[in-house]
Design a protein around this ligand. Structure first.
Ligand code: APR
Length: 233
């Protein structure tokens, strides 16, 4: 089976009703990113940050995967698929994708504030636990914090993602402005003879000489067109 790697971003969840970050009216228009999505912001005001993620986590109860997520899962019938996502929502999982690498963490999980990547203290929250409070402790006695990779923190899964990208016969970039590294740098690991597709209703600046087929549509319509193009391939 050919290897197909998807790099997804907030745009794939837009049709599910989850705001992107950098579109007009996006999350970073409403919240100062360094206050709610950086390690300094968390250390300065943990309660504000914990509540910011409580709101985003609870939103998961009101949204569902869209056709874009569903078609990513359907590709597993025809390809060896790995989804590398920058998203922290669980919509790829709920759509049925199996091999998912979350580069920036997961909203449904919490971890230790001392050592966020210690697997001993990473915990999946049940929906009834979606509200984390100050004073809730991880197993090491530290404040329970969102299992999110904030600006200023390492991206531990980037090595796994690069390993997958190196094996790609087809690489699909969907719903990301390719602004944030190291995620945006994954394209550099993709073999030069691989086919690269971009699904995004807008133009996206990607610093590369290689040929990229831009399907200038939203995630759902774009994934349908992709399926037609690669089926013909
Ligand atoms: N379908 C597909 N793409 C869409 C849609 C849609 N319906 N709507 C918007 N987009 C595109 C936008 O044109 C844009 O290129 O999705 C992209 C969203 O870009 P960003 O808001 O920058 O989101 P993303 O690239 O995922 O951000 C990367 O930045 O703040 C950090 O950690 C955060 O993971 C996030 C990272």
């Amino acid at each position: 089976m050919k290897k197909l790697v998807i790099l997804s971003g907030a745009g794939i969840s837009a049709e599910s009703g989850i705001s992107t970050f950098r579109d007009a009216g996006g999350l970073w228009d409403k919240y100062p990113v360094m206050q709610v999505a950086s390690i300094e912001g968390y250390e300065a005001d943990p309660e504000l940050v914990i509540n910011f993620y409580n709101e985003r986590r609870k939103q998961l109860l009101d949204v569902k995967p869209n056709q874009g997520h569903v078609l990513c899962a359907e590709l597993e019938k025809y390809f060896d698929v790995t989804v590398v996502t920058q998203n922290v929502d669980n919509l790829h999982e709920r759509a049925g994708s199996h091999n998912i690498i979350h580069l920036h963490g997961e909203l449904t999980k919490v971890c230790s504030s001392y050592n966020p990547n210690n697997p001993k203290y990473i915990k999946e929250l049940k929906p009834e636990e979606f509200e984390v409070k100050m004073g809730d402790k991880a197993g090491d006695g530290s404040q329970l914090r969102p299992f999110i990779v904030w600006f200023g923190e390492d991206v531990p899964r980037i090595a796994d993602a690069a390993y997958e990208a190196e094996k790609a016969d087809i690489f699909v970039i969907i719903g990301t402005s390719m602004n944030v590294y190291p995620a945006a740098g994954l394209l550099n690991y993709v073999p030069y003879n691989a086919e690269v597709y971009l699904i995004d209703p807008k133009d996206v600046y990607i610093d590369t000489e290689r040929k990229i087929t831009h399907i200038k549509k939203g995630a759902s319509e774009g994934m349908k067109e992709l399926m037609r193009l690669i089926a013909e391939g």
